[in-house]
Design a protein. Structure first.
Length: 241
């Protein structure tokens, strides 16, 4: 009987197989391979092993309906669907602060000490994502797509100097050391306002941003659209206390 368990596990993709009661095994699944009493004991045992294995496979894998996913048909509908998904995910993380002009942020961590304002110099780590949550690139987060471990590496920002997009500068005001904010920026106040700074430091990130820029500007006969982005910034230190 050990061979039955091994054979069944190989078919079902499991390491442990629990056989159901004989009376509960679906008859339609196994009727064709059930041996008759006239067969020899050797043939009976061999075919019974196959029957039990198939019964286990049928027992453990009931038919389920395929999940249905909503698909968008046009650019505006796709953008609206993306905004809806973003809102649903972000709602689970806490209060979303709307600053107007398409700038929104969520404070994941408040931080300690004095707040920062325009003119202050701070060192930050960051991660860039699209509104659907897809990772684009980062710095100082130790992400595995880097050719080296950049954990703890920082990027220096003077608020008001456009070292980061204007939307990020505005949303960072009021942050404290150790604070983390996820900032949603519209294209009009996004990377174009900072000359696409901060830039990716690896090839994969560069390719993702090239695709993002193409989606804004459009491709051949396909027009561009206003795609928002998210930059999550953590204030590691305030250079001028």
């Amino acid at each position: 009987m050990a061979s039955i368990g091994v054979f069944s596990a190989a078919i079902c993709g499991t390491s442990t197989v629990v056989l159901p009661p004989a009376s509960a095994v679906p008859g339609a699944c196994c009727r064709r391979v059930t041996p008759t009493l006239r067969k020899s004991a050797e043939v009976h045992s061999h075919r019974r092993s196959i029957a039990v294995a198939i019964a286990v496979l049928c027992w453990q894998r009931p038919q389920t309906a395929h999940a249905k996913f909503k698909k968008c048909k046009g650019l505006e509908e796709c953008q609206a669907l993306g905004d809806e998904k973003f809102a649903q995910k972000e709602l689970m993380k806490g209060t979303l602060v709307d600053m107007g002009r398409g700038i929104r942020y969520r404070e994941a961590k408040v931080g300690t000490g004095p707040t920062i304002s325009k003119g202050d110099v701070v060192d930050i780590t960051y991660e860039v994502r699209n509104t659907g949550g897809m990772y684009m690139y980062s710095l100082g987060r130790g992400r595995p797509d880097k050719t080296y471990d950049d954990l703890g590496e920082t990027y220096r920002v003077r608020l008001g100097n456009h070292d980061v997009p204007i939307a990020v500068e505005l949303a960072m005001e009021g942050m404290r050391r150790g604070g983390i904010r996820s900032i949603e920026m519209p294209p009009s106040l996004g990377f174009e306002t900072s000359n696409w700074q901060p830039k990716p430091t690896n090839f994969a990130g560069e390719r993702r941003m090239e695709n993002f820029r193409a989606s804004i500007n459009g491709r051949s006969s396909q027009p561009g659209y206003d795609a928002a982005m998210i930059l999550e910034a953590e204030v590691v230190r305030i250079v001028n206390p």
